[in-house]
Design a protein around this ligand. Structure first.
Ligand SMILES: [Zn+2]
Ligand SMILES: [Zn+2]
Length: 484
């Protein structure tokens, strides 16, 4: 579905957005026209007009463009989650910078590396969280200092070095060669550029190229791409094309943030000059972290909106239900949700009753089971089902297996639920009961018995064997979630 596709409107209420579409009559349904169906813990949606199964309508999250999302992005560092992280990281950094000043010369290098590592690990973590649409990042536990701090620190440093090396190298070769070697490097350490450099357009062009590449470098570093890929021109150009104008928008936003960070540093300098012991330092860290937090959030938002076009995540992950987590206003009563129990049961039960003369015992029990199921008499049905264990399971209609499976799951008898649901699918694999029973089976396995591997297998089987059913769509969503 293209990102610009307009959401459908309800067939009966043209002013309301439709969240579902009926697979039988094709009607677009709003929450008022759809009915909720609960099968055990599986929540499905039906059509309120004809009773058919309804499919959830999705839309690409890009329908809310990045430019719109950026307008509220500034709030992020001031959200509860953002502030908690800001305070935690500021405390960490204050401690490390204080230690750095107190320690011997030899100890300073590793402490500075730790300071940078803590900063970049949090920065890259925020990019990834925002790219997932989540904004609650716990501060990394740094159980493995090398992996959790040193590597991110090196990655962050490398991105800035790579972005500035062409301009600096050019400046040195074109303008610095007349000076002695040390002097030549001194100009960018002391910010005293040699005459002629400032008016050289090539230098500024290279600096601009570096600046344009920088957000890309940060994105690649945040998503753990190997360093050599950052400089692969085909990859970089491909990414720029995929992200399109949103990449330029992100770059412009980051450039504005760099200016803002200049102001933040000035404020932080003033706070440090107050010398309220540790408090000054801590406040100064807080002030200088706000802009980096925003920058990481903006980079993450770019991936959140456009990541599917650069292969960051599967396209399906970028489709979201039009109505979000909104459910239909009305719910069907839970047991009726299984459908097919009333109609087919009556038909199945009567031939069994008629053929009763031959195998009176078993047939009587089967019809008693049918009666118990129809009357929703769970204890009686469970009791009869246990007796019928002796019979080949194919003699019990699949709807009855499904009923028992559901009842057993409610009672907490999960092994029985699994057996009955497996049988429901086995005895009539081509009936609509089968995929429903399998989805329930997978949920019992995955959510009640913690057997996610088997649940995943069942979901995959449903996808493969019963494509184009609501059960398969449900299974598709579940397998995507669990394979993350
Ligand atoms: Zn319908
Ligand atoms: Zn409606």
């Amino acid at each position: 579905m293209p990102a610009s596709a307009a959401p459908s409107r309800c067939q009966r209420h043209p002013k309301a957005l439709a969240g579902w579409r009926c697979q039988s009559c094709g009607a677009a349904l709003c929450p008022e026209c759809a009915v909720g169906r609960r099968i055990q813990t599986v929540e499905l949606v039906g059509c309120g007009l004809c009773g058919g199964d309804a499919q959830t309508l999705s839309i690409h999250r890009g329908v809310v463009p990045l430019s719109h999302r950026l307008k509220s992005a500034w709030r992020y560092p001031f959200s509860t989650a953002g502030l908690q992280l800001l305070v935690a990281l500021s405390l960490f950094l204050t401690g490390v910078s204080w230690l750095t000043e107190m320690s011997f010369l030899l100890m300073r290098a590793p402490l500075i590396a730790l300071y940078g590592g803590l900063f970049w690990a949090t920065f890259f973590g925020l990019v990834r969280e925002s790219a997932r649409g989540d904004t609650s990042l716990d501060i990394p536990d740094f159980s493995d200092v090398f992996r959790d701090a040193i590597v991110p620190g090196l990655r962050g440093l490398m991105v800035f070095v790579l972005a500035s090396v062409p301009a600096l190298a050019y400046g040195y070769l074109a303008h610095g060669a007349t000076h002695a070697t040390l002097d030549a490097f001194a100009w960018f350490i002391q910010w005293k550029p040699p005459p002629g450099l400032v008016s050289d357009p090539v230098f500024w062009g290279l600096l601009l190229l570096g600046g344009l590449w920088l957000p890309m470098g940060l994105l690649l570093a945040a998503t753990d791409q190997p360093p050599w890929r950052m400089l692969d021109p085909r990859l970089v150009l491909g990414l720029a094309r995929g992200l399109g104008s949103d990449y330029l928008l992100t770059t412009a936003t980051l450039a504005a943030l760099v200016l803002l960070q200049g102001v933040a540093h000035a404020v932080a300098g003033g706070l440090r000059a107050l010398e309220w012991l540790v408090i000054s330092r801590f406040l100064a860290e807080c002030v200088t972290l706000v802009v980096p937090f925003l920058a990481a959030h903006v980079l993450g938002l770019l991936l959140y909106v456009r990541g599917d076009q650069v292969g960051y995540a599967a396209a399906g992950d970028y489709m979201e239900p039009v109505l979000g987590s909104t459910r239909p206003l009305r719910d069907a009563p839970s047991l009726h949700a299984m459908g097919g129990l009333t109609g087919p049961d009556a038909e199945l039960a009567s031939p069994l009753e008629e053929a009763g003369a031959a195998r009176l015992g078993a047939t009587e029990q089967l019809s008693s089971l049918a009666t118990a199921v129809e009357a929703r008499d769970v204890p009686r049905a469970l009791e009869l089902y246990a007796v019928l264990e002796q019979l080949p399971s194919s003699r019990v209609p699949s709807e009855h297996h499904l009923f028992i499976g559901q009842a057993a799951a409610v009672e907490g008898n999960f092994p029985l639920a699994v057996t009955a649901l497996e049988r429901a699918a086995d005895v009539a694999p081509d009936s609509p009961t089968a995929p429903r029973a399998l989805v329930m089976l997978a949920r019992v396995l995955g959510e009640r018995m913690n057997d996610t591997a088997r649940a995943e297998e069942v979901y995959r089987y449903v996808l493969h064997r019963y494509p184009d059913t609501s059960a398969a769509r449900y299974a598709g969503e579940r397998t995507r979630l669990t394979s993350d």
